[in-house]
Design a protein around this ligand. Structure first.
Ligand code: HAM
Length: 417
């Protein structure tokens, strides 16, 4: 039976030193994306349900099985965001983007999907992502992928495996879908139930099914890129040219389709052996969306990386964050009269930035018990305020590493720290 104080399955509490890994990652993201001219955007954690249903696609696993959707007290349908792109596009549409105008943003924060939990699959997980909205050039796709590789390298995640593919334009879809149906039809009886359903609703997803029998068949399926129209083929060639000129290593994976319906043209995913599974650490692509209440589609290109998966990958590479002690300086107050003096001293130290992380013991416990706590805190210095120190206007300073101690005048103490 699960303990009532445990976090729900697929969610976690985050303690130090794990928090340090997050802070470092977030600051690296701000630094790298800032260099490419991206600005930070924070959108709400919940939105009108239609923002997601309409854009992610009715037939996707995310919309069909994974969204946390609820009715608010007014009976309106709301959804905890399962991903960041749709909310960003809603925000951009709300701002209003004129013809030819671009908007480049990055974001980070919690996302929610009701998936079966495992180490790399969470119900509350976190993404760091970027979206370059309003730019329709294939060269932009190459730059966005290169920026993702740059970000990973800045995190110490070198040699990521970059896989790309093209899904072409909406007008290419009927021909591709027909070719895929013609190919899969005679084998349908050998395939899993999900694929049987996908055959009717979303035949593209049959290409990336993980079931062994289905995967084997998908290996021989026609390549989407060969079936696209000229415009889509040229677009994809320019993306590849852009990556070549930026020196980015990549592999064209003809079975990469991605799980969301909003994509057009470029799709890509990144894996790394240090994650320990074949799950992607990041994925993205070019997309078109039309927001509820508007009729003009907006196009963009972007990606999102799972923060938990990035940190697992870093840990796999020996880059886990180090812990630090709870305190650097611990003030022991011996006797009731010393407590206000200890508090005052701690306050002055913190305001002047002396002594690092300062803890003052205000419990009035025995010296022995206070020293036990001081030891446990990991503090390298203990300041002792007792009856004699108060009477003489001094403080006893104990160095915990070599167990030496000396007495310093109270008014000179802060200068000696
Ligand atoms: P996605 O592939 O669904 O794409 O998610 C991106 C990344 O989020 C994944 O590669 C993975 O690292 C992480 N992720 C997804 N689900 C989970 C989960 N349940 N637990 C832990 N990590 C997870 C998107 O979300 C698109 N919005 C990406 C995008 C941006 N496309 C264009 N712009």
């Amino acid at each position: 039976m699960s303990n009532a104080t445990e976090p729900l399955p697929g969610t976690s509490d985050l303690w130090e030193p794990e928090v340090f890994g997050w802070l470092e990652l977030e600051s690296i993201a701000r630094r790298i994306f800032g260099r490419y001219g991206y600005q930070e955007l924070r959108t709400p954690v919940f939105e009108r349900t239609e923002v997601f249903v309409r854009n992610l696609g009715n037939e996707t696993d995310v919309v069909q099985k994974e969204m946390y959707t609820f009715e608010d007290r007014g009976g309106r349908s709301r959804t905890l965001r399962p991903e960041g792109t749709a909310g960003v596009m809603r925000a951009v549409a709300n701002l209003g983007l004129g013809p030819g105008e671009e908007c480049r943003v990055f974001y980070m924060g919690p996302m929610f999907r009701g998936e079966r939990p495992s180490a790399g699959r969470r119900r509350q997980f976190h993404q760091v992502g970027v979206e370059a909205v309003g730019c329709n050039s294939p060269w932009m796709d190459a730059e966005v992928i290169a920026m993702l590789v740059h970000f990973l390298e800045a995190l110490g995640i070198t040699n990521p495996k970059v896989m790309i593919n093209s899904r072409g334009l909406p007008e290419d879809r009927p021909a591709v879908a027909q070719a895929l149906r013609d190919y899969f039809q005679p084998h349908l009886h050998e395939m899993c139930d999900d694929c049987k359903r996908r055959f009717e609703t979303n035949v593209w997803r049959m290409l990336d099914c993980k079931q062994e029998a289905c995967h084997k068949l998908a290996l021989e399926a026609p390549h989407i890129a060969d079936l696209l129209g000229e415009e889509s083929k040229t677009f994809f060639r320019h993306v590849c040219d852009g990556l070549d000129s930026l020196g980015i290593q990549y592999e064209v994976n003809p079975r990469l389709v991605r799980g969301l319906d909003y994509y057009v043209h470029t799709v890509f995913e990144i894996t790394h052996p240090a994650l320990g599974t074949e799950d992607a650490i990041a994925g993205g692509g070019r997309y078109r969306m039309t927001m509820p209440g508007t009729n003009t589609p907006i196009e963009g290109i972007g990606f999102a990386a799972g923060i938990e998966r990035l940190l697992l990958t870093r840990a796999g590479l020996g880059l886990a964050p180090q812990s630090r002690p709870a305190a650097d300086t611990y003030i022991v107050a011996a006797g009731a009269a010393a407590i206000p003096a200890a508090l005052k001293l701690a306050g002055e130290m913190r305001r002047q930035g002396k002594g690092g992380r300062v803890l003052a013991d205000v419990t009035g416990r025995s010296m022995k018990a206070q020293f036990r706590s001081a030891n446990k805190s990991g503090a390298s210095k203990v300041l002792i305020l007792g009856e004699s120190e108060l009477a003489e206007g001094t403080v006893t300073v104990k160095d915990m590493a070599n167990s030496t101690q000396n007495t310093v005048k109270r008014e000179e103490l802060l200068d000696t720290l």
